[in-house]
Design a binder for this molecule. Structure first.
Ligand SMILES: [Zn+2]
Length: 230
């Protein structure tokens, strides 16, 4: 099975996969601003008045806009992976515990990833693609090249192996480990399948959202932690 991909979900990059595709979280700042403006207007109206009732509906619409845009992004991203690959490996979020994340963003990001993975799972099933949730322990620490584990605080964005000298992006390294684990997991279930070597792509720094954009996802502009949330 050559068409296998490992996907690392994150905050700065919504996903980073083992083929070097990285996708930024959707930019929802405009929708969020419009919602906040509508909410401020509502608070200035007399509660229960006609104007208030009208404005309350506007607030509800702005909420729906925001939600729609976020789900649209997740739908396009999950469809892309389910259609493009034969095997999609992700980290088991329940096991991950999301401990690496700072408190505030944890719940919101976690909820969004949960939605993404659920979409991904049912779409993979629909497309006949293997969906594998792997053990997340040490995917960041482990060297994708030699397997030696090195501790790495969250702010260290580069993987630099003291044992074999392999250097790459932190998330790229994690995504390759996720891919190998996915292949292993499927391999143990089907004894007749041959083990597949994880070939590390040569262009380890290539970060491209192009293919995803072509499938029609919303503008993938640079966003930080808050973007994953609403
Ligand atoms: Zn190494």
């Amino acid at each position: 099975m050559t068409d296998a991909v490992g996907i690392d979900v994150g905050i700065l990059k919504y996903v980073h996969d083992s083929d070097g595709t990285a996708v930024e979280p959707p930019d929802l700042s405009e929708e969020r601003e419009r919602l906040e403006r509508a909410q401020r207007n509502l608070s200035r109206k007399e509660h229960g008045s006609n104007n208030w009732e009208q404005q309350r509906r506007t607030v509800a619409r702005r909420h729906a806009d925001l939600k729609r845009k976020r789900r649209d992004f997740l739908h396009k991203l999950s469809t892309y992976y389910a259609r493009e690959y034969d095997l999609v490996a992700v980290e088991d979020l329940d096991a991950k515990g999301l401990v690496e994340l700072p408190g505030n963003s944890r719940n919101r990001a976690g909820a969004s990833w949960g939605t993404f993975l659920r979409m991904l799972e049912y779409k993979c099933e629909r497309e006949g693609t293997h969906f594998v949730a792997v053990d997340p322990r040490g995917t960041t620490k482990e060297c994708a090249s030699c397997g030696v584990e090195t501790d790495k605080p969250l702010w260290v964005r580069e993987h630099s192996c003291p044992s074999c000298g392999f250097k790459t992006d932190r998330d790229a390294n994690a995504s390759w480990n996720i891919r190998s684990r996915g292949l292993e997991q499927v391999g143990t279930g089907c004894p007749e399948s041959t083990p597949v070597e994880t070939a590390l792509p040569t262009d380890t720094d290539s970060v491209s959202a192009k293919r995803v954009v072509e499938t029609g996802s919303p503008t993938l502009t640079e966003r930080t932690a808050s973007a994953v949330s609403e």
